[in-house]
Design a protein around this ligand. Structure first.
Ligand SMILES: Nc1ncnc2c1ncn2[C@@H]1O[C@H](COP(=O)(O)OP(=O)(O)O)[C@@H](O)[C@H]1O
Ligand SMILES: CC(=O)N[C@@H](CCC(=O)OP(=O)(O)O)C(=O)O
Length: 293
């Protein structure tokens, strides 16, 4: 690339830099998007780039595959119902240990290669997330899935304080309950709840597929744009991990977040491509017409 081409590439980002100056962007970093080291480093570089460019990124991370591996080592089998982990008290200890003690630390460490930006938080900290026990619904029937939580309250004060101090909050999706228990919350759900509570300009979900496929697994045609109403109608047809992911995007836009995106975390620098170009990366979820804030 010549110096002129480099300058032109930077100038192309100008409208987006102006538009998102000071904006909070919540990034859901899925466990499946963090399996390769060179991609993990590029992800962290992008986050720090956003911070230096004047945006206020917040990371909510997952860790499904990492939890599966740790449960395996403990001789505990992994079971999912409607995309949610069936979480026994025994499994809950492993989930918390892996998310808060391992994955959160790794993400904080990657971002902090660039300076003192990232601060890790569990959703339990400063009452960030309060959850109630959630049941999965299978064929219209509620099914007990153990210590899985749905978020009933978000207290984003600690995250706001970190943002005001120029930090990059890195949040694990564990919540405390009013009943004194700890709960395992799906990380997509947690990211959407936090994006809504912070009044974020965007929710960006990094996963291991290009976006929402129209007719998966029969076809891999990516849906580029979908409105909340269209997505609500499509939700009952979705399976596995896409259920909580697309529910989360729907709740975010219904909660006032102007746009939610599902993008391919296997693509290097996908975060910058999504925020600074207009080329339609992945799937964009928009509010219904008339609901635009
Ligand atoms: N309609 C769909 N479009 C894309 N992926 C789908 C769809 N339905 C189910 N999936 C599955 O959902 C997976 C993503 O969810 P999940 O494994 O929970 O990701 P993450 O760890 O990033 O949260 C995809 O890898 C794919 O196997
Ligand atoms: C209730 C529930 O399913 N919790 C998830 C939390 C981690 C997560 O969501 O990780 P990914 O984003 O990588 O899938 C789990 O235990 O796997």
């Amino acid at each position: 690339m010549t110096p002129l081409q480099k300058s032109e590439a930077l100038i192309e980002a100008l409208p987006w830099l102006a538009r998102f100056q000071g904006a909070v962007v919540v990034i859901k970093y899925g466990g499946n998007a963090m399996t390769e080291e060179h991609l993990r480093e590029k992800f962290a570089d992008d986050v720090v780039f956003l911070r230096y460019a004047g945006l206020r990124p917040v990371i909510v991370h997952g860790g499904g595959p990492q939890i599966n591996a740790a449960l395996d080592l403990h001789g505990i089998a992994s079971h999912f119902t409607a995309g949610l982990r069936v979480t026994t008290p025994e499994a809950m200890q492993v989930v918390r240990m892996v998310l808060v003690g391992q994955v959160n630390r790794d993400v904080v460490g990657l971002v902090n290669r660039h300076g003192p930006f990232a601060v890790g938080l569990s959703g339990e900290d400063a009452h960030l997330f309060t959850a109630a026990r959630k049941h999965a619904v299978v064929d219209g029937i509620p099914v007990d899935i153990g210590q899985v939580g749905e978020i009933v309250e978000v207290n984003p004060g600690a995250v706001r304080a970190l943002l005001a101090d120029g930090r990059v909050p890195v949040v694990s999706s564990i919540a405390r309950g009013h009943d004194g228990q700890i709960y395992n919350v799906n990380a997509d759900t947690a990211a959407a709840a936090l994006a809504t509570a912070l009044g974020a300009a965007k929710l960006v979900v990094l996963t291991d597929v290009e976006g929402l496929y129209a007719d998966w697994p029969a076809s891999d045609k990516v849906i580029r744009r979908i409105t909340a109403g269209e997505l609500a109608r499509m939700l009952p047809t979705l399976s596995s991990g896409m259920v909580p992911k697309m529910e989360a995007c729907l709740h975010a836009v219904q909660g006032g977040v102007p746009q939610a995106h599902v993008v391919d975390g296997r693509q290097p620098h996908v975060l910058l491509s999504e925020i600074f170009t207009d080329e339609g990366i992945g799937t964009m979820v928009l509010p219904d017409e008339g609901d635009t804030p």
